[in-house]
Design a binder for this molecule. Sequence first.
Ligand SMILES: [Zn+2]
Length: 473
Amino acid sequence: MSAAGPSQGAKAPRGGSAAHEVASVGAHITRRDLLQTGTLVLLLGRAQLASGASIVAVRVWPAEDYSRVTLESDRELKAKQTLIGTPPRLAVDIEGIDLNPELKELVAKVRPDDPNIAGIRVGQYAPKVVRMVIDLKQAIKPQVFTLHPVAAYQYRLVFDLYPVQAPDPLAALIAERLRLKEGGNETAPPPAPAATGPKAGADPLGDLIAQHAQKGSGPGAAPVLPPRGTGQTDRLIIIALDPGHGGEDPGATGPRGTREKDVVLRLAHRLRDRINATRVNGHTLHAFLTRDGDYFVPLHVRVQKARHVQADLFVSIHADAFFTPRPQGASVFALSHGGASSSAARWMAAKENKADLIGGVNVKSKDQQVARALLDMSTSAQIKDSLKLGGTLLQEIGRVGKLHRGRVEQAGFAVLKAPDIPSVLVEAAFISNPDEEAKLNSEAYQEQLADALMRGIEGYFAKNPPLARSRVV
Ligand SMILES: [Zn+2]
């Protein structure tokens, strides 16, 4: 259905020289191409059309983790890039294209608050060669890769610009925790004098937070956390909230154009605020978002981030879609050991697992291969706890909205694979159902849903008190 079918993808030479590629692209103008670009053929004549690709869209996705620049084109692009140190910038020569209005739009698409990109310049460097210079705000490790047509996209040439000094999610969490404490909107736990009590070491994360607090007390005078209470009463419980999709991957889209990635982020923010204002049995709760912005986070990175902050729970938030408008109601999923609990669950997992294809990951990156292999560990205990968590969530959601199924379903969701964190995926409603799309957009229903999820999390901890931290990340 997409403009360029798989036959063209297969034709694109992988390791071939640029010259060979340009030649082969030129030789393979099909009748379909001519039909699709009929007007252009009349205006330009065949010679120009045959000479290369056209940029159809450009996108910039800024985020702390990394900033992405995407060039979408009707044919595969060939690019050579050079990283230049001072001032830091990435110079890219893209072969086989002319500067066009779409490409020029890039310049204006860089936001002043982009953490990584200072600006982008483009120019016609030579006939059929466009030079793009990305001016950087800091030292960057770029990943440049091509994605073949998928979903609504044609070919994509992707520049992922990772800061050499990668942001540390744990440091961010600690900073936020301290900010909340400073705000004083939380009753401080009773201070305990002994830092060397018998419980010392039982809460490595708590220790780390205390260390950071002391280290950070420079000129900025970061507040020092009150000492930990007696082990049982002052244990920070971290709930990883995982808003699905983001950036290049919009997720499902409702009949009125609501995008899954937007509504689930809003819902995650509401739940975050509730979590951060809640204590369970004297324990402080704190929410950690795997994605807090409109950019794509690969599935295994979401899991990695949650493990890095030693999350106690992982709640992935989504909104279903189906081909027909009828299906409705919320569902909750856990990981399965073997097969899925139903064909619908298997279908849903396959659909959600496609996020990486649409969002776009560099499959050749070594880091990602290693990380993925690490997640294929035993998960029996995790699944047991996840089913308990899913059960309480489902029960609470059922009080405020319809349920698609009355029990927690199971399937092989990639994002639920943290072997040591109870993990569930909540499909809050069917965004493809017009009534539910409207509800997802309504502030009142978002509030109700966030309340329900909060009660579910509290209910889980009431029956399954958190254990002392003993995990090693
Ligand atoms: Zn989704």
